[in-house]
Design a protein around this ligand. Structure first.
Ligand code: GAP
Length: 516
């Protein structure tokens, strides 16, 4: 749980986003995220971002682009097409190997990702000390697997009146099951054994046809990652972009994966947005130091947009699980309500991708070293992150409940850069034309630079509450002193609840500093 700031009302603010329901219900209530095609019952793994969600997402994307591309001299941006030549995906290895292991339940017709399906033999020890396997239990990832399996094993033992002491269960994923164990493992869909198939490889790429003919020659794919665009266009960028090593190419855009089990709201969906950057270095450069510095940069960036450092951790991929071309991969993990999960992957991918495309296209992917007068293929460090996963982490980190003046308040403590509205502008009373006019003039002035919200409906306290719930960091109120005295107005801070008087020029300078 995050640190608990104390509201001026005296009650501690609690980060209540420990269950996904809280976040899902806020997202729906306030128009942040909806299921896609909801009026037709939704489509599993697809989501729409409502007016506020679209703003938050755009702010994340813009902040990344600003910091990754505009504020650095060594990175350029790129936008490549979603559908690329199918040979791209042969060269990259996706046609052959971009698969997840899948298990079917023949009775329910449901499909499961095998590495998210856990099982365990129920082993009992008899009075004479002999042990025997009496049944199998199964659970899905995210069900607190070991605890869930133990509970199920105990239930089974009770139901079947099995005698003996239960040996604590060990969770294994179903890809580790021996072939003779598969028919004995109950399907999570039916609770009965016998209906699960052995795991088989399922390719996650969505395919389509380009042109009027729908035959094998016209098959194409929706990109499953944006990264290949940077490799395929590498030579064009080098030849036209006046770039010098080390340099990076960054891209933000949609990617598509036909996930077997899209889960946990927008965490794993079938259409999502990636922000990827390929950082090219000389083959003799210190790749490890470069990888470490990107790892640090990415963590610092997440903290800079409001994700608490203590909710982040690192997962180093074990050497034996790395692809043969990969030197190192470390994931930045975030503590989501459903568990600690991957947010951002930082991979050292050697020169594999460029060499693969050179081989498959017949076009060289080399640079020229002036010092040695030799050609070489650069190596690459790749930080790859999903916008939707950041957005979910941002919402989880920002969600608080506290009590203000005796009333329960839900507040999104969003970083000002990420908040959909930067300021709420209110006239104190809506039936006083001089207050309304002055408030609207300020609203229009601020709107030229920032997304701001004008509200004149209801009591001021209610108007504050509405802005708190959608994360607006500041609200300003135009009162009689504004129009009759010095032109200053009250600014109220969402987090400290403190209020002070400020002039228009001071407000603009303040926003300049805090938001931009
Ligand atoms: N080019 C490397 C690459 O795509 P990845 O680990 O498969 O690596 C990078 O994906 C990031 O994209 C992940 O860390 C995650 O943030 C995001 N991502 C991947 N699959 C996703 C999905 N199904 N739904 C939402 N985000 C996803």
């Amino acid at each position: 749980m995050s640190e608990k700031p104390v509201s001026s009302g005296g009650a501690p603010a609690t980060s209540a986003a420990e269950s996904m329901e809280t976040i899902v219900s806020l997202a729906k209530r306030r128009g942040i995220i909806f299921p896609s095609s909801e009026i037709y019952g939704g489509l599993n793994g697809f989501f729409d971002y409502g007016p506020l969600g679209a703003e938050i997402k755009r702010n994340i994307r813009n902040a990344w682009w600003q910091d990754m591309v505009h504020r650095r001299d060594d990175i350029v941006g790129l936008e490549t097409s979603i559908i690329m030549h199918p040979k791209v995906w042969e060269a990259s290895g996706h046609v052959e190997g971009f698969t997840d292991p899948m298990v079917d339940c023949k009775v329910s017709k449901q499909r499961f990702r095998a590495d998210q399906l856990f099982f365990s033999p129920v082993v009992v020890t008899a009075e004479d000390g002999t042990t025997s396997t009496v049944a199998y239990v199964s659970a899905l990832e995210g069900d607190d697997t070991a605890g869930e399996l133990q509970k199920k094993a105990e239930e089974l033992k009770r139901k079947k009146a099995i005698r003996g002491t239960l040996v604590p269960v060990m969770a294994k994923d179903i890809t580790e099951a021996a072939p003779e164990e598969i028919p004995l493992i109950p399907s999570p869909a039916t609770g009965e054994p016998g209906s699960l198939t052995p795991p088989r490889a399922f390719n996650l790429m969505f395919s389509t046809h380009v042109g009027a003919l729908a035959d094998a020659s016209s098959v194409a794919y929706l990109r499953p990652e944006t990264a290949q665009g940077m490799f395929v266009d590498f030579k064009s960028v080098v030849d036209t972009g006046r770039v010098k090593l080390p340099f990076g190419i960054a891209q933000v855009g949609k990617s598509f994966r036909n996930e077997i089990t899209p889960r946990n709201f927008i965490f794993r969906s079938r259409e999502f947005e990636q922000m990827e950057m390929e950082y090219f270095i000389h083959p003799d450069a210190d790749w490890f130091a470069c990888h470490e510095s990107w790892l640090q940069w990415c963590q610092d960036w997440l903290v800079s947009i409001g994700i608490p450092r203590e909710q982040l951790s690192l997962h180093e991929h074990p050497k034996e699980k790395l692809a043969f071309y990969s030197r190192r991969t470390v994931d930045i993990m975030f503590k989501y309500p459903f568990g600690v999960q991957e947010l951002w992957g930082i991979a050292a991918r050697s020169d594999y991708d460029l060499k693969q495309h050179a081989k498959h296209s017949g076009k060289p992917m080399e640079m020229f070293d002036e010092a040695t007068k030799q050609k070489f293929v650069p190596h690459v460090i790749e930080p790859a992150v999903g916008v939707d996963r950041i957005l979910l982490a941002v919402l989880v980190s920002a969600y608080y409940e506290d009590v203000v003046e005796g009333e329960k308040r839900t507040v999104l403590r969003l970083h000002p850069r990420i908040a959909p509205y930067k300021v709420g502008v209110f006239p104190l009373l809506k039936n006083k034309p001089q207050l309304v006019e002055r408030a609207q003039a300020l609203y229009k002035r601020l709107k030229r630079r920032w997304n701001v919200f004008y509200d004149e409906a209801g009591a001021i306290g209610r108007r504050y509450r509405r802005q708190d719930e959608i994360g607006t960091p500041w609200c300003v109120t135009i009162d009689f002193d504004t129009v009759e005295k010095d032109g200053t107005f009250t600014i109220r801070d969402r987090d400290t609840l403190q209020q002070k008087r400020i002039s228009e020029a001071e407000l603009i300078a303040f926003l300049d500093e805090k938001v931009d």
